[in-house]
Design a protein around this ligand. Sequence first.
Ligand code: PSU
Ligand code: MN
Length: 305
Amino acid sequence: MFEKYLDINLEVAAALKNGKAVVALESTIISHGMPYPKNVETALNVEKIVRENGAIPATIAILKGRLKVGLTADEIEYLGKAKDVVKCSRRDIPFIIAKKLDGATTVASTMILASMAGIKIFATGGVGGVHRGAQETFDISADLLELAQTDVAVVCAGAKSILDIGLTLEYLETNGVPVVGYQTDELPAFYTRKSGFGVDYRIDSPEEMAQTLKAKWDLKLKGGLIIANPIPEAYAMDLDTITKAIEEALKQAQRDGIKGKESTPYLLAKVKELTGGDSLDSNIQLVYNNAKVGAQVAVALAKIS
Ligand code: PSU
Ligand code: MN
């Protein structure tokens, strides 16, 4: 049924048909997560890194109401520049289709489209989470609920401290979503390698990660899994600098009355401004590192599937 809404590009379709490794990539990071032209440059480099590590990249978005799995370089450029792209999560998908709009997919909606296409591994920078102050605002990302129900593993750099990391972990535990540290015992905090919080399990190789995923899905334990991959040491930010920037960004968000889906893009842009662009450089490097690990896990999973 969903096939009539879905366009899988030829290369991705062939790879899936032949059981080759494919890595899904999201588009909200392009349209709402980074400024032009760095967003486009990053998205194209991420695809290159996925290829260098033996997998086929599939950047996912909605264009003129069509669900696209695998964008061309021109489509990525278009998304990176366009001003009226809707940040599209699970609830938005049918409206973007019926109105024939352009939608950038979040972690949640990228998982949905990846799963329709048959892609199991998805690499990005950060997932949404439980926001600080969620006790009052109820701001909990739909990404977390998606992880509870859609069979796609997400490689990210942990949870950043614009979120309440402790509450995010509690929420994931309740919903049966495992949080795995890739070559780490500690959950990374996006811009830094440490958060003060542990992970559920540590896994050190793509092969063991693949075996874990296969067992989970063979047993029909539905839902995804967070593969938390720390930013490389050389690109990690100074804890004090990033903490101050995040505190200030949160203060300004409150002052400006930022709510709902605007919240995460606003905070990311503010943190970038307050760190003089340093946070963006770190953000880009951690995405590259996640693309590499995502491809390696996808290759290992393809071998045993
Ligand atoms: N975190 C980042 N960069 C991003 C996002 C999160 O460091 O670009 C994006 C992802 O697309 C994620 C979305 O799915 O923000 C979460 O938004 P919200 O908090 O509104 O659910
Ligand atoms: Mn939210």
